[in-house]
Design a protein around this ligand. Sequence first.
Ligand code: FMN
Ligand code: SF4
Length: 519
Amino acid sequence: MSPRLSVAADAAAVAVGADAVAARLAAAARARNLPLDLRRTSSRGLYWLEPLVEVATPSGRVAYGPVAPEDVDGLLTAGLLEGRPHPLCQGPTDDIPYLKRQTRLVFARAGLTDPRSLADYRAHGGYRGLERALSLGAEAVVQEVITSGLRGRGGAGFPTGIKWQTVARAPGPVKYAVCNADEGDSGTFSDRMVMEGDPFVLIEGMTIAAFATGAAKGYIYLRSEYPHAAAALNAAIAAARGEKLLGPDVLGAGFAFDLEVRIGAGAYVCGEETSMLDSLEGKRGQVRAKPPLPAHVGLFGKPTVINNVVSFASVPWILAEGGAAYRDFGMGRSRGTMPIQLAGNIRRGGLFETAFGVTLGELVQDIGGGTATGRPVRAVQVGGPLGAYFPPALFDTPFDYEAFAARDGLIGHGGVVVFDDTVDMARQARFAMEFCALESCGKCTPCRIGSVRGVEVIDRIIAGEQVAANLALVEDLCNTMKYGSLCALGGFTPYPVMSALTHFRADFEQRREPALAAG
Ligand SMILES: Cc1cc2nc3c(=O)[nH]c(=O)nc-3n(C[C@H](O)[C@H](O)[C@H](O)COP(=O)(O)O)c2cc1C
Ligand code: SF4
């Protein structure tokens, strides 16, 4: 049997040279007359080690990384194909502490399977969840998801099972299932990893949701910046149709469900679920007032179940293993696992799926290894552009929806963006307001006008003009936006701004640089 190597074909791995490494491996093996079974898989999510090359040995996989094309000859000479030592050798992949410390339920197949192979997916436990769902019946499936305690991973943390129950109980013969794959939060990539690396798990999760709620048609609303994900999803949908896992009679169980990928045009607010529905309907994405909830009046006016990619992708495991098994992980009302994404100025950036409860400090310092620059960590923004900035003094905060909320923060989609001590927090506060001004859908005044005024006032503070009075003005404005905005874009922009003001006040009061020009 030829030695088996795997190299990720994931967009992030490719961006740092995985294709060139794979090509060099194939060419070098040919030149040396070495037989080679080179496979392109999904990524493990250990991005600081990409391009990662793994070799299958009798005692398991051995990892080498980060590998550059010019390392290939030396690696082959050192005995890469037998898993021999080399300065780039990380040892057995499963023993890499970053991976070993994780609890991978959603990402159980990451780095192991070929994303395009339905056979591979099934060989690694795929479609067991749907099979059990069909045997349980729709109502019991909803109960199982309620039991699991799963909450939406898109940001708001709403209980998924309750949402499904609402759609299931909504009257009418036409319903939809929509997957929110807009993934607009800074520092996040878990949705992309699912769609590129394990697309069948999303298809299976959506099929279970459709069965439970009575939806016959589903859409995946995908951001245009994810072309690799679009290709992987479309290939997987075609393969699933071919095996009657999608179509007029799914698995011969007498229910119909089919899926379509729709590409967004690139607006952060189109990740907000009602804007997304407008966009899917071919309109300009603008937030709808609630009620009515999309569960009652959603896509094309019909009851619609909307979930994030990771929410849907968590469901096959829950159905296969049982809601109670999922609920066993986590803390408080945050049950199960969260695929946390470590990004920004961090030494070991990547995906870290773990049960809720791990502290922010453990994630940043211990698991992430501190900053990539080697300077002290000064601030961490959790939960995307609407999330608060936490200083190291709050590093004891456990990753838990309620614990973050109690400290005026949010965990959102699980993005953790690290900054070192060179960061200027007044500039970051300005950035938050400017982001809101640029991305506002324009429907309500506190957000549309407030964010523009916010940028202007922070500019005056940065310029050292009437700092105390302008700080009071920013606080007042933040309260207006927080309580008066129609959706969380305007309503949560005050969180990064106020957290910067609260925890890093010196950056506003004692400018470390001469007045900066606006812009
Ligand atoms: C401005 C804004 C942007 C959002 N962007 C996303 C996004 O990119 N992906 C996502 O899943 N949810 C996003 N959400 C949350 C969605 O409105 C919605 O809560 C979510 O899709 C529901 O799925 P879940 O319950 O599985 O999280 C956003 C919300 C707001 C206010
Ligand atoms: S808060 Fe902003 S994005 Fe949300 S509805 Fe109002 S104007 Fe639109």
